[in-house]
Write a protein that binds this ligand. Structure first.
Ligand SMILES: [Zn+2]
Ligand SMILES: [Zn+2]
Ligand SMILES: [Zn+2]
Length: 199
């Protein structure tokens, strides 16, 4: 069994408290200390919760403590998470890689090429087909992938709605096509709606 991580009782930068862990509600043997939001944690509970957030594609760390039915929700800066979760250098690297991935995908400006896993910036925002120079160099032929489904491009070029991969759909566009009135205040922008919203 992996050894439980514990705070150093001599660490004078920490504010130790005697109450239960505010995240898990557990009363560990392990020392509890206060986060900047005032809630009591152990290194295990901070690490466990922040890893869970990353698994849910969240890279902003917020306090999950429930006090009188209210969630704290205060943001913990990353450096505080590192310190309070007693992350090792290797764990910090893993956290940072995941955070960077999530962030870059979120901004939508840069995505990971499905071929070489390098980050590619889209030159033409109105076209879904993106040329990866790195892959093309390695493979010796023009490698094009789809910005939407992140697979190798299928079908004719250029297109702005989808490629010919079966899982390639623009969810926002589908919603608009199927349900125009919800979005455009009753004004039918898309000829005649054939499918009406059930809700
Ligand atoms: Zn809190
Ligand atoms: Zn590539
Ligand atoms: Zn596609």
């Amino acid at each position: 069994m992996a050894q439980e991580r514990c705070y150093d009782p001599r660490d004078t930068t920490l504010k130790f408290v005697n109450r239960k862990d505010d995240i898990t509600g557990d009363d560990y043997e392990s020392l509890r200390a206060e986060m900047s939001c005032g809630h009591a944690v152990t290194p295990e509970s901070v690490k466990g919760w922040c890893s869970e957030l990353l698994r849910r594609n969240q890279f902003i760390f917020t306090c999950p403590a429930e006090i009188n039915g209210m969630t704290c929700g205060k943001e913990w800066p990353y450096h505080e998470v590192c310190k309070m979760a007693l992350l090792t250098t290797k764990e910090m690297e893993e956290f940072e890689l995941t955070m960077a991935d999530l962030f870059l995908n979120l901004t939508g400006e840069i995505k990971k090429c499905p071929g070489c896993k390098s980050y590619v910036k889209r030159k033409n925002p109105s076209s879904l087909s993106v040329h990866c120079t790195m892959c093309s160099e390695i493979k010796g032929w023009l490698f094009i992938f789809c910005w939407q489904c992140l697979n190798q491009w299928k079908g004719p070029l250029p297109r702005a709605d989808r490629c010919d991969n079966t899982n390639c759909t623009n969810e926002a566009l589908e919603l608009l096509r199927n349900c125009p009135e919800t979005f455009i205040n009753g004004q039918s922008w898309y000829m005649q709606p054939t499918v009406l919203c059930s809700s």
